[in-house]
Design a protein around this ligand. Sequence first.
Ligand code: LER
Ligand code: MN
Length: 272
Amino acid sequence: MKLSIVSGLNESLIGIQKDTEEIKSLCKFLKPLGYNGIELSLLRPEIHDAKKIMEIVDSYDMEVSALGTGSTFIRCGYSLGHVNEQLRQKAIDRLIKYMDFAIETESLVIIGLIRGRYNYDSSLKKERLNIISSLKKCVNLAEDRDVELVFEPINQFEIDSYNTIASSLELIKELNSDNIKLLIDTFHTHLEEDPGFVWDYLDDIASHISHLHLADTTRRAPGTGHFDFRTFLNIFKNHNYNGYASIETIMKPSFEDVAKESAGYLQTIIED
Ligand code: LER
Ligand code: MN
């Protein structure tokens, strides 16, 4: 199992020079802590020089684990489930940019908050149908490009559908493609899943999972709340999971503190 952490790049400072400096300083800081990769959360992947980013990441023997796409909905309002067809298409067009970046960086593309939320002129049923039809298009695009998408069940306070692992698995089975797998986030797992069944269930479906997000019960660093990371991670260790466990928390008191504390805590479990 490999370890990564979510980070953005300062996208107001456009320019390869700034990217280079930011990525270098992230790698320099994270590598000695035992991180294997960085999960990049970007708004406009096309403004970044993916080749240059890879050159730097490679030089530290690190990787870009995955690409976060949620700002497409949060900042631009485009979403895969939107009632307006043009805004759904804009979300798909943005995903093409992420996929193109993912080809260069050999990373996964996350389908999380980009699904959006439905509003007064839509409904849960319409939203689900729109998400399914948008995702069919995205999966075809991913197959053409040989890119892997990871679908993330997200809790009901942040998104309206596909909140549970079971409903998300059903959806990806319906899509019937090797290019879409599941991303399991411990924060959403804690809020949505039955604690009496979830461990056995994860054990049963581990082969469908390609990426993990780690945050404790308050969305802070692993080890600061009461999520059972040992039991959770042991399931994946037993399946010889060789994907990433990626820290995705509120970065308080600071990114550096979270990165240090999380790595220290998780390594005692991963390397046990
Ligand atoms: C949001 O809560 C989250 O977990 C992100 O990974 C969604 O893209
Ligand atoms: Mn997540």
